[in-house]
Ligand binder design. Structure first.
Ligand SMILES: C[S@@+](CC[C@H](N)C(=O)[O-])C[C@H]1O[C@@H](n2cnc3c(N)ncnc32)[C@H](O)[C@@H]1O
Length: 238
């Protein structure tokens, strides 16, 4: 049931961001259901339901003075704050969510839904070589945008751009060797079906193989716990 109705939570979250609820409640402001209904120009029933739902998701809390931002909402969902995350929520809601509605078509046709097949461009894949002389090249969430042939070509170009001893870092949501997870990596792959012509999320071992095949010295994986990636494939040019 949780899996089936997971979109309720996202759409509640996105609606609250859209009406900028958390910015209205910045700096410890507390409101009652009827106060926020008047402020937003909506009926009390949806106001009551929305505030309760946001509280249930940990975005608001409630005391005798009314509802207010939780700590996470105060830090990340108040517009103008340094770590404001609402822009990304709106991006997901406006661009990705409607596109995912056509997911079955994307699976059947093997083509993206957010752009035409000729619109995905690679400024790193022109005939020109990349500027050289670098100690480090960081590919953060880049290779999952491309098919294997293109990904290998990008890696080769990056290797050419490195000085001897230079390091390549491939930061991604990496699939495990069995291709059974983690879910964030596998589902990012689904997003690549919706968004790109040939992209997918690859496993650690695939990147290790590509890296070796284009002439790097031998990769190792650095695992970490982050919101946008779970590890880096690190390799060095001889
Ligand atoms: C998912 S975002 C990652 C952005 C950033 N590197 C990060 O880690 O947050 C991928 C971005 O890289 C761009 N990109 C991917 N492959 C590229 C390529 N071959 N040439 C130029 N831009 C590329 C995409 O257009 C998109 O803007």
């Amino acid at each position: 049931m949780q899996l089936a109705s997971a979109f309720w939570a996202f759409k509640t979250f996105a609606a609250a961001v859209e009406i900028d609820l958390f910015t209205r409640l910045r700096d410890g402001r507390r409101v009652t259901v009827s106060e926020i209904a008047t402020e937003l120009g909506i009926h009390e029933r949806p106001s009551d339901v929305l505030l309760a739902a946001c509280a249930s998701l940990g975005l608001l809390d409630r005391n005798c003075a009314g509802y207010g931002n939780s700590a996470v909402a105060e830090e990340f969902l108040v517009s103008g704050r340094p770590c404001y995350f609402g822009g990304y929520v709106r991006f997901l809601d406006h661009r990705e969510y409607p596109a995912w509605h056509g997911l079955v078509c994307a699976l059947r046709d093997n083509r993206p839904l957010t752009s035409g097949p000729d619109e995905q461009e690679s400024i790193f894949l022109t005939d020109d070589t990349l500027p050289n002389g670098h100690d480090v090249v960081l590919l953060s969430m880049i290779l999952h945008d491309w098919d294997e042939i293109t990904g290998r070509a990008l890696l080769r170009k990056c290797r050419e751009a490195l000085e001897p001893g230079g390091v390549i870092l491939i930061v991604e949501w990496l699939l495990n060797a069995q291709r059974t997870g983690p879910a964030a990596a596998a589902l990012m792959g689904m997003n690549m079906i919706v968004e790109t012509v040939g992209g997918r999320n690859y496993s650690k071992s695939e990147y290790v193989t590509w890296s070796r095949d284009v002439g790097f010295q031998g990769a190792h994986i650095v695992h970490f716990d982050a919101v946008g990636a779970n590890g880096a494939v690190v390799d060095r040019k001889h």
